[in-house]
Structures are given as C-alpha cells and as structure tokens.
Write a protein that binds this ligand. Structure first.
Ligand code: PLP
Ligand code: COI
Length: 368
C-alpha cells in the first residue's frame, strides 16, 4: 500500500517528558542495561490513514499506547518491526549502522503485511528526532549501544478481515548490552523438527510478530534442552536449514569458504550481508545456497566445517559450539570460538564503533 503523502516534509512536534528518569536512575540503568529491559524517556509516533497518508509525527514521553479492544492488530496480527542500534564513538558522536537498509526492509515487510510503506527519510528522521531528546541513553561502555525498535501496527477498530485503514508507526529505544549473557562463549542450538517457522509463500521474509510468536514453542523446547536458540528447517522438505529464531546462521568450511542458506522464507539479515561482504573483501569465497542439515552435521563430524556462527543486530556475531537434535549432537559445547568468527566480529564492531575506517559507507551520524 503506497502512502499518499510521501513527498511532504515531516515536522515533528516534540513534547518533553516531565517525568524523565533522574540522573541517578539513569546512571543505574546505563551501568547494567541488559537487553530490552529498560527504555528511554521518549518515543516517536507517526499516524497513517488511508485518506491522510503519514501525518502527525511526534516525539512524546515514553508510555502506554491507548488501544481500542477491537484494534485489528490484537485480532489479526497485522504488525511489523525492525531492530537496529545507535553506537557512541569515542568523541561522543552517535552513529547508526546501515539504517537505510532497515528502512528498506521495513518497506518490504509492510508490502507483505498489507501495511503502508514508511518512506526511508521518515524512518531516518524518526531515529534522529529520538536521539535529539534521548542522546544521554546511548551508553559508551564497550559493546553497549542503544537498540532502536521501530514498529508499525493496525490500529483501526474493526473486526472485518481486511488491511487496516488506520496504522501507527512508533520508535522506542532501549540501552543494550550483549543479547547473550555468556559473552563470546559458543552457544548451543536446538534443531526443531516438530515446528517450522515459515511456510512456502508465507511471511518468513517479513519481520512480523507472528513469525516470532509461532517460534516461541520451539524456543521453549530449545531452553528445555539447554540451548540458547532454535534452528528451523524448511517447511517443504524439512531438510534444509533456514535460520534461528532471531538471527541468521553462517557455516565456515575448512578452506575458508562461508556458506549461508538462501531461501525466500528467511529474514534477509543486514548483519549477515555485512559480514559476508567483509569476508569477501578479505578474499573469502561466499556461497549463498541451500544448505542441508546433513551437510552441517556431517561437515562438523568430518572436520570439513570448522566454525559456525549466528549473526544479527542483537546477537552481533555469536559463535555456535553445538547443534542438538532429538537423536544426535554435533560439535562441542566447550569448544573455543572460531578465529574467523572472532575476527569478523571484531572488524564489524570496529566499524560500528568508529575504531576503523568504514570502507562501504555504512555508518550514518544521528546527532548532527
Ligand atoms: N533472522 C531473524 C529471524 C531475526 O529476527 C533477525 C534479527 O533482526 C535476523 C535474522 C538478523 O537480521 P539483522 O542482521 O538485520 O538484525
Ligand atoms: C534483532 O536482532 O534486532 C532482533 O530483532 C532479534 C531479536 C532476537 C531481538
């Protein structure tokens, strides 16, 4: 659904939060942010209607959203979201990593979920407006960041099943440390064979809440088996690896080739795309193709696959040590993280934190 007023410049109204956290409360949160637990003092809210297009952009105090109990999102799940971070550089400046790519992916998700496409310049302006009032929430300790969660949902109160005519876009932000609390210790992954994440022609490539809701029961199985994440297989043959519940997966072969699943039912990760680009820049061969679960299992056993890692905005690059299935285990829970995994992670985070040049022009300054 194209928006009607894409060309109009958005003038944000700003309402300061009179009940913003005190300096002491702020210091406590920033000292130990965790992941997704604490939120800044403000949020962005932009309305959309079929007749009026995008309008009424606001920065307002962070707080509950009033919803009619008949709001379509509560019944039919018409919702999409994004995830990206703001990084503080040593000179104090605040930068984001490839935000246009997140804006573009949100547009693709919107098309799939029959939601209006938010123009890229509005998406980026929303991040800048939030940083203008909440910059103190971008932490500066190593490996910390401010995690932005842009999201959009059907607000219209109507129980007929059709795309909503009233939608809102929001951005909230959360100071964040590592997603996995074990640092760089390799994680264990549970292979789900009872549940698929996405079907052919379904919503797997969109970043929409339903994909995560349908994966929760499998994630629960993963926890029960001592694993941090769940690996989903394709739903047609149940043979090819797709992705984890909240991140992409990459295998490294003995000869240095990086292999990652190609599928139209997984999320096109921006971290994965960037990591593979950095590997290609170093001369590594990269294969984007179908990867069977047997290739992973047998490759680890034979030594042909030497490293496996997960990647995503929240996970950054996280080594995978062990794959656990109902009747097998591959890899070693106590294995050290692979050297290529670690050096690609370092290169990516060095770019994000401004510690080395940004050869692809991925960084965008948000506070100037
Ligand atoms: N796959 C899923 C299901 C995700 O939720 C994410 C995280 O956003 C990713 C992959 C990785 O995407 P990105 O690197 O753009 O964060
Ligand atoms: C992200 O990495 O941004 C995600 O949305 C994944 C989720 C596990 C937090």
């Amino acid at each position: 659904m194209k928006n009607l007023l894409a060309q109009k410049t958005l003038q944000f109204a700003v309402k300061q939060n009179e009940a913003a956290r005190s300096a002491a409360e702020h210091a406590d949160i920033i000292a130990e942010p965790g992941f997704g637990k604490h939120f800044t003092d403000h949020m962005v809210d932009i309305c959309w209607s079929e007749m009026g297009g995008w309008h009424r952009p606001r920065v307002q105090p962070y707080g509950p959203i009033e919803l009619d109990p008949a709001a379509a999102v509560l019944h039919y799940g018409q919702e999409i979201f994004e995830g990206l971070k703001a990084y503080r550089h040593t000179d104090g400046s605040i930068w984001s990593f490839r935000p246009e790519a997140n804006a573009a992916r949100m547009q693709r998700s919107a098309v799939r979920m029959a939601l209006p496409e938010l123009p890229t310049e509005y998406f980026i302006e929303a991040l800048k407006q939030l940083i203008a009032v909440d910059s103190r929430w971008v932490p500066s300790a190593a490996e910390t960041s401010l995690y932005f969660r842009p999201f959009m949902f059907a607000k219209e109160a109507f129980l007929g099943v059709r795309p909503a005519k009233k939608v809102n876009f929001y951005v909230i932000a959360s100071p964040a440390a590592a997603y996995f609390t074990g640092g760089l210790a390799p994680i264990s992954i549970w292979l789900s064979t009872n549940y698929a994440r996405a079907g052919k022609g379904g919503t797997g490539a969109a970043k929409t809440g339903g994909n995560y809701a349908s994966g929760l029961v499998a994630q629960q199985e993963a926890y029960e088996h001592g694993c941090a994440q769940v690996l989903f297989l394709d739903s047609v043959e149940g043979k090819y690896i797709e992705e984890l519940g909240g991140m992409n997966v990459v295998l490294v072969k003995k000869d240095g080739t990086l292999v990652t699943p190609e599928s139209d039912s997984i999320l096109a990760g921006i971290t994965r795309d960037s990591i593979l680009q950095l590997a290609e820049d170093r001369g590594h061969k990269v294969e984007r193709r179908k990867v069977s679960i047997d290739e992973w299992r047998d490759g680890v056993a034979s030594g042909d696959i030497t490293e496996v890692f997960a990647c995503g905005t929240a996970a950054i690059v996280t080594p995978i040590g062990r794959l656990v299935g109902a009747d097998f285990e591959a890899g070693d829970a106590d294995a050290a993280a692979g050297p290529l995994t670690l050096s690609l992670r370092e290169e990516l985070t060095d770019i994000q934190y401004g510690r080395r040049p940004d050869p692809h022009g991925w960084m965008m300054r948000l506070d100037a």
